[in-house]
Write a protein that binds this ligand. Structure first.
Ligand SMILES: CC(C)(COP(=O)(O)OP(=O)(O)OC[C@H]1O[C@@H](n2cnc3c(N)ncnc32)[C@H](O)[C@@H]1OP(=O)(O)O)[C@@H](O)C(=O)NCCC(=O)NCCS
Length: 181
């Protein structure tokens, strides 16, 4: 794993991916609002910062400015209390900086960090064309179901050591902060 603050993705030259620092909060808020166009995700980030543990929050910094952000928070797999699993959400890149590899650099760095803290599984509710490039597959392949009523192909999971691991059927529940204030 690259040391914190090290430029890690040649696909996004000059980008540094590092842990969120407390002084980044306003910039993360701005990037999230700009990317989503509503305050919903920015508010979710506040709740997760307050309540979720462990929380992985990384920023992408370019020329000293925060241009992207990604968050991973713990999820529960019902029936498997011993499995450490994380959910990717939300993620945002400044609209003017999208499609430059910044999102990909954030996902890759975040996945490395999830693995380093002992997570076995990472799930994401997202676009089926985007996340498979990082190793995600439909979560149903592991017997995992979303707690939300969503099409099968938008609930994705990445499981390390999937070949040797025991089946993992169950419903995945996001942190309570996702349910609202
Ligand atoms: C999703 C997001 C973080 C991607 O960041 P990015 O820096 O543009 O991503 P990258 O440059 O690494 O990758 C761009 C690729 O992702 C694809 N992509 C990005 N968002 C996509 C989406 N919502 N649906 C489908 N494909 C998408 C692009 O088509 C592009 O594909 P290509 O490489 O084949 O051309 C960014 O588009 C964003 O902030 N979107 C608004 C907020 C959002 O929807 N967040 C994700 C849900 S939590």
């Amino acid at each position: 794993m690259a040391p914190p603050g090290h430029p890690i993705d040649p696909g996004a030259p000059g980008l540094v991916v590092r842990d969120e620092r407390s002084e980044d909060k306003p910039a993360i808020h701005r990037v999230t609002l700009a990317a989503f166009g509503t305050a919903e995700e920015a508010d979710l980030i506040e709740r997760l910062r307050r309540d979720a543990h462990p929380l992985l929050s990384l920023v992408g910094e370019s020329a000293g400015a925060v241009v992207g952000h990604i968050l991973f928070s713990p999820v529960t797999i019902l029936g498997h209390p011993g499995i450490q699993a994380m959910g990717l959400a939300p993620m945002s890149v400044l609209p003017g900086r999208q499609r430059q590899g910044i999102g990909s650099a954030l996902v890759r760095a975040g996945l490395e960090r999830c693995r380093a803290i002992g997570a076995e599984v990472v799930v994401v509710l997202g676009h089926p064309a985007y996340y498979p490039r990082f190793g995600f597959v439909p979560a149903s392949r592991f017997g995992l179901r979303s707690e939300y009523d969503v099409p099968d192909d938008v609930f994705l999971a990445l499981r390390w050591c999937a070949g040797e691991a025991a089946p993992l059927a169950g419903t995945v529940r996001y942190h309570a902060a996702f349910a609202g204030p």
